[in-house]
Design a binder for this molecule. Sequence first.
Ligand SMILES: Cc1ncc(COP(=O)(O)O)c(C=O)c1O
Length: 383
Amino acid sequence: MNNSTNCRSQQDWRSEFPVTETYVYMNHAGVAPLSRRVQDVMAGFLEDATVNGAVNAKLWEEEAEACRSVAAQLINADVTEVAFMKNTTQGILIAANGIDWRAGDNVVTTEVEFPANVYPWWSLKERYGVQTRMVPEQAGRICIEDVATAIDERTRAVTISHVEFASGFRNDIQALGEICRERDIWFIVDAIQSLGAIEVDVQSCNVDILAADGHKWMLAPEGAAIFYCADEKREQLVNTNVGWASVVNPRDFLNYDLTQKPDATRFEEGSYNSVGLYGLKAAIELLLDIGISTIEAHILELTGHLIEGLEAKGYRVITPPTNSERAGIVIFESDRITPTEIYEMLLADNIITAERGSGVRVSPHFYNTTSEIERLLEVLPDL
Ligand SMILES: Cc1ncc(COP(=O)(O)O)c(C=O)c1O
């Protein structure tokens, strides 16, 4: 990372993360630690709610709208296209359940999605006779040609993770978005493993729907998620998440009128996770202050260095090595040492990673340093 970003050094940004005092924390693909500024705003909200009840609820609403604005900026969307959800899965469910399926339709996804992007689609089989086509990986990658081949005249949607959780492979959502646009099919992206780590531009990638919870690369608390539905697709998506907050006059409680709001907030069914949105806003502001392109470059440098070091020591790296094919996740394995042994060896040195399948997943963020990567490599025995 540049020594000086917006006049602040990496050390300054790093000092916002108390976790760095104890750990080499490299599990952002699991659950991220919070920064001090996120903790502070959430503590401020809790104090207010404790001392004043909901007397200042107007401020909470204003903060939620400010959060929507920075969330829209983060993905290059309009505020009218962003709704808040409790997690990624809720957003994917709204997409899966809202398409006007006909028996015999199909949806194309991959064989290596996190279940959040599998079960909502599988559950359509019984209800509507919708088939889920699962494209297999080849050498840790999803090939665009395989996705294109799986699409036929009955395909109504392609749904995919921007970055795959179990390999770290970065799907080319620009190319996939073009394919979907050409064939006039829905393009849905699970962005929880990319948003906050690398550039995500819903417009240039023709994304119709995107969902991502805050607790990984956005460095926000759990339970405060972003849902995006493109303005031009909103009317085509049947809203299966209608609640009191979805309608034009939500606070005219007994004057029942089901006219839905004209923007993406129609997909918000009820009260907000206000404390979560305070945290999410502060977390996104931190990312935007640093700049996503700066963050992406630093993460790619760290993960590139890690891959080289692991290979030099004789470990098998599952994650593709080229910058354009990966983001913040590196997964590696060994025939000689089990993932549990590796994970525990690192944990004993306060280096936080995660076991995933036959490997260990390392996922550093912008405040991690090259010397932390070196420290991880030093702990691992040569094979
Ligand atoms: C690709 C992917 N999607 C979704 C999730 C989680 O979904 P949710 O936010 O609904 O808990 C994870 C990890 O927890 C993930 O890796």
